[in-house]
Design a protein around this ligand. Structure first.
Ligand SMILES: NC(=O)C1=CN([C@@H]2O[C@H](COP(=O)(O)OP(=O)(O)OC[C@H]3O[C@@H](n4cnc5c(N)ncnc54)[C@H](OP(=O)(O)O)[C@@H]3O)[C@@H](O)[C@H]2O)C=CC1
Ligand SMILES: CC(C)(CO)C(=O)C(=O)O
Length: 379
């Protein structure tokens, strides 16, 4: 009996999300997991300091030990095997995507499966408009909307703080393909090597994989987008843990969500019209977005998920401002402003998100200034 074919999966971005994915792929599948590092220096650091292992502590499960798994092969642009890439996971920050992909573009073709596992919106448009412009040589695209919470502690250990699963769907290269039939999911589940790997039963159960149509995934992506549009910048601006603002964040979340929904309803009109056009048609999944994506419902959902479920979490954007790293604001609140501009809407219709973006960027600038000029409050 021949051994089962072994899939190879390259991971571009072995940070919090890349690590949590790599560990479970190594634990529950026989895939060859190959991290791609930005430089020989970072590759050497991984080989020396981490001893070629990926490690995580699942602190949502009390008493969970440090899980540590060896990686057989890891590469960087200089050492890359220069062979076509079968399956590529992108788990860099959104604003790092284009630069990170650049060295590997010659090895990405129409037979490559590429999945974006990132927060926010706008990377798909970046890939379409600036990176994969040749329709004859572009990869099969997928998106993972991930709700796990992972942070790196002072000792450099990744801690899996919140378990919440991941939706996976094939992305459309053109807006005409935004609404998919159930058969697209069935076909990928049966034939696509990346989907077959991510839906292997033991891995899928542990990681909480849900393989859906694009419209179902986009619904989840917009829901998560509203969570991030509130929690991430506001906790960064206030410099607080998620749960500290629970009792008083209603008004600012209402302002942000109300403005976001007015613009998202125009930008993703096919999705908001879905119920009347597709519900009842057996070829398509049932969905009722309009009853969920309302301002009142989302203010309470964002508060529940952001300030209660993740109460002790420091949001990824607050972490970025504290560590003086760039923030993903242009792919979250800034993207709402971009959508409004592209739709030729009155600039006043995105003032809240524009101001929130400016304040989050100002918080990062202030932290950077204090690291150089000192904190005047202590003078
Ligand atoms: N952390 C979380 O709990 C959650 C994060 N997300 C989203 O997931 C995405 C990833 O976030 P997260 O994992 O936290 O981010 P991290 O900053 O932890 O990880 C990003 C990784 O990408 C690497 N990277 C950056 N540029 C390159 C490059 N050119 N080549 C190779 N590697 C590169 C970085 O390496 P280096 O150190 O060399 O810069 C880093 O290891 C974001 O969109 C985030 O919003 C979504 C849900 C929750
Ligand atoms: C869910 C939430 C808001 C948890 O903090 C998150 O996704 C993040 O911090 O990026």
């Amino acid at each position: 009996m021949t051994a089962p074919q072994r899939s190879t999966i390259h991971i571009l971005g072995l940070g919090a999300m890349g690590t949590v994915l790599a560990v479970d792929l190594l634990r529950f599948t026989n895939a060859l997991v190959v991290p791609l590092f930005r430089s020989q220096e970072r590759l050497a650091q991984f080989q020396k300091a981490n001893e070629n292992k990926v490690s995580i502590r699942k602190i949502y499960a009390k008493g969970s030990p440090l899980l540590s798994y060896p990686v057989e092969q890891s590469e960087c642009p200089e050492t890359f095997s220069k062979k076509p890439i079968d399956n590529l996971v992108v788990t860099t920050k959104t604003y790092q995507t284009k630069e990170a992909l650049a060295p590997y573009l010659p090895y990405i073709n129409e037979n490559t499966n590429l999945i974006l596992i990132q927060n926010g919106l706008g990377v798909l448009e970046l890939l379409k408009e600036e990176i994969f412009t040749d329709s004859k040589n572009r990869p099969r695209l997928f998106q993972g909307v991930i709700s796990h919470g992972v942070y790196q502690d002072k000792a450099g250990i990744f801690n899996h703080a919140g378990w919440a699963g991941m939706k996976v769907a094939r992305l459309p290269w053109t807006d005409n393909d935004m609404i998919q039939k159930k058969s697209v999911v069935e076909n990928d589940a049966a034939k696509n090597s990346l989907v077959k790997l991510l839906t292997e039963p033991k891995f899928a159960k542990e990681f909480g994989i849900e393989h859906t149509t694009y419209q179902e995934m986009l619904f989840g992506q917009l829901f998560k987008f509203l969570v991030n549009a509130c929690i991430n910048p506001v906790t960064a601006i206030l410099d607080c843990l998620n749960g500290e603002m629970k009792d008083d964040c209603g008004p600012v979340f209402t302002s942000i969500i109300d403005e976001c929904l007015q613009i998202l309803r125009l930008a993703y009109k096919p999705l908001f019209d879905y119920r009347d056009k597709f519900n009842g048609n057996e070829e398509y999944p049932e969905m009722d977005i309009n009853s969920i994506l309302t301002t009142d419902n989302m203010v309470s959902e964002v508060t529940r998920i952001g300030c209660e479920v993740n109460s002790k979490n420091s949001s990824s954007m607050r972490q970025d401002t504290l560590f003086l790293r760039d923030i993903e604001i242009e792919y979250i609140n800034g993207y709402v402003v971009k959508l409004a501009t592209n739709l030729n809407l009155d600039p006043n219709c995105c003032k809240v998100n524009k101001t929130i973006s400016e304040l989050a960027s100002l918080r990062l600038a202030l932290n950077r200034s204090r690291s150089i000029n000192g904190d005047w409050r202590k003078d």
